[in-house]
Design a protein around this ligand. Sequence first.
Ligand code: CP
Ligand code: NVA
Length: 302
Amino acid sequence: MTRPAHFLTLTDLDARQLRNLLARAIELKRMQRAGERYEPLKGRVMGMVFEKSSTRTRVSFEAGMAQFGGHAIFLSPRDTQLGRGEPIEDSARVLSRMVDVIMIRTFEHDKVERFAACSRVPVINALTDMYHPCQLLADMQTYLEQRGDIRGRTVAWIGDGNNMCHSYINAARLLEFRLRIACPEGYEPRQELLREGSGRIELLRDPLQAAEGADLVVTDVWASMGQEEEQIRRRQAFAAYQVNAAVMAAAGPNALFMHCLPAHRGEEVTTEVIDGPQSVVWEEAENRLHSQKALLELLLLQ
Ligand code: CP
Ligand code: NVA
């Protein structure tokens, strides 16, 4: 496979590219920590389109571009013409004549696809309702650093069959791990993704069963951005899907806990677990920076 034109889902990379990217992310982290100056994107500019809130994604991309010697421009719908209804295709045509790479965080996944189709430069999906591939780069880097190759391991996803869960399904296919998903009825991941991942993915109702002997336990908020009105209904539906001490005890003794953050302590995860010894959430958050720098290298320099 040649260099990917865009990064809209994890499957825009093949397994070899993903594995190389993760190894490179670890190397870039070492270089950054050693204070080595490395500015391969001098004079290059990233456009950052945010239609939803963000802390980690914005700061990791902005900091990454600065560390690489480049620059990033934050664009919110509040003060761009996108917010006033300028077509996404026109925005892509214009922005991509001015900047070298564009990341977008939005609602409908087809918006990033339509944007990419009209862009002259690589487009990165920084979260849609369907996928969050950048987060998976960080999660997979973190697992590799802490425990080695994830191939053949078991991952338990406890909670909503949402954008993060969909990206875990893609990661399971590419990196060849088993994924057990425990979610309440009506909150399953998309059928077509389950079909594509069949053989690697198991759908269960019981979180303890999903966690049994797992090497990694992952969860996410019960109500994602854009689902604020469903919050009360979701709190009831997901009450039995909390990652707590019992779930972690069911997992293997070396199991790690991950959460893309922001977390709601006392809802999807207890304080004891997220702030406990098996949790690697801060390392995971930091790795957004390093793995996305590796992604920028792949999209812009290779
Ligand atoms: N995990 C993640 O994407 O965080 P932000 O919403 O803060 O960017
Ligand atoms: N599923 C969450 C992830 C946030 C990083 C959301 O979409 O809001």
